[in-house]
Design a binder for this molecule. Sequence first.
Ligand code: AMP
Length: 569
Amino acid sequence: MRFRELAVYLEKLEKTSSRNEITQILAELFKKSHPSEIDKIVYLVSGELAPNYKGIVFNIAERLMMRIIAKAYDVKVEDVKVAFKEKGDLGEVAGSFAKEKGGNIEISAVFARMLEIAAEGGGGSQERKITKTAELFSSLDPLSVRFVARIPVGKLRLGFSDMTILDALSVMVKGDKSARPLVERAFNVSVDIGKIAKRVKERGLSGLKEVAPEPGTPIRPSLAERLPSAEKILEKVGEKVAIEPKYDGFRAMVNIWEEAGEKKVMIFSRNLENTTQMFPDLVDAIKKIKVKSAIFDAEAIGYDLKTGKFLPFQETVQRKRKHDIEEIAKKFPLKLFIFDILYKDGKSFLTTPFGERRKILEGTVGKVDGKIELTRQEIVDSPGEIRRLQKEYLTEGLEGALIKKIDAPYKAGARGYHWVKYKKTTEEGVADTIDCLMMGVNVGKGRRTGFGAGAFLVGIKKGEKFETVSKIGTGLTDEQWRELNKRAKKLFVSEKPKEYEVHKNLEPDTWAKPSLVVEILADEITRSPIHTAGLALRFPRLIRFRDEKNPDQVTTLRELEELFEMQKI
Ligand code: AMP
């Protein structure tokens, strides 16, 4: 397919806000595409060149893009700047300079050239990037370049997520969304959405049945549900349950395999980002585990070298800084607590009951170098024991407990009652903290003028939309206000993002694009006529910025409604 044809679809998608229509447009596009290009199309409509975990980035900032546009169309950088000020979008700027001629170039060719540009590195790479991108632009028609120019600067947001792509794949083969669960199951086990699309295109739905875990490609992690009391937990999870401490660190999906006689290790976060470079100390220890290949589910947490006490998440999270890792690793060493095994030496255990997986895990992992440990576990059958163990974990500085169903398979990508968290707040007020999206800010009044933001609007997720639940103006320390302001500034956009649903009386002074996730603790959830979620948070307090979560992972309306119902019990 020619890129110009894809650009027509991209324009249609840009103009559509109904999720159903977007799904239909995508399905039609996928249907028309060739099996050799569908993976590339799937990445491109998401504004990417590869799944996130592959970490392919352009490193092209807006200023550099302006120089590229100037070079491509032989105009002055100053003129590009003026046009950018006027239009506010570099895609449109590039489109306005482009000539109608170009446009016969194939999608695969554009994609290959973009990959080549992203791969440029080392001395002189900036100049090579400019030249190659400018060459690419000058071979494109105005509509195509409008979209191509947005990708390197991370601005091709068409307002839908991977889930809509999965729906569209179902519509492509079945004419409706009925195959979505099957497509989603395959995606959960192997998150390369391009590869999944290609498989459906080549082999139809039956091709998905063979999708199996493959070390090096992330599996979507299983997630925990909440319940209001230890009694309810036993009622729902089982008469006998496994209970484990809940560590408040980084989720680490550990992948091990051999390549050319060498052991490879890759660690993925809960968001499926490749976080391996954050853990050089753990990687060495992981290599000592006696397996050829394996996928483990685990949590990495920092501890104080002197006291041996676990560190709060805020300190463990310092590892996120990309520089000084070695330095930080010395100051705040980590321990990796492995709690599940999903694959070993060619065999998948996704459908193996947890009790059996635990035995396999015990036979595979022991203590390594004081850095790796098997998560301790007890089997219990009374609410009293659950409460006792939870208290024990809390006094050790841990977050609480996880209660697990003994005969459950590993539910990749699913939140369910196979895992239930029992945290400090479980039996008081709102049973859990709520992860909200920061949607916009109001400027501060009085003392807080100095911080910039004086209040901020937060929301939860309903399908592809974000609906508001609170405008938070208190419950932050001065330090948190400063931090919020610093982060918010980078996210300001001139118009309300199309996935936001906000009552007009609550519209903030400045909108923020969907990016920043904040963890909020509230005293109560109440019905609300003004917040679009229909529910509001009373006495909200900011617990922390959840950098490891993306907007797709904020609390959903269904979960908030469950928390609301739990208060009544
Ligand atoms: P939540 O993110 O609140 O849904 O809680 C589940 C999270 O707890 C997982 O994503 C893990 O990162 C973390 N976790 C800590 N300890 C455990 C454990 N023993 N079993 C499973 N998850 C754990």
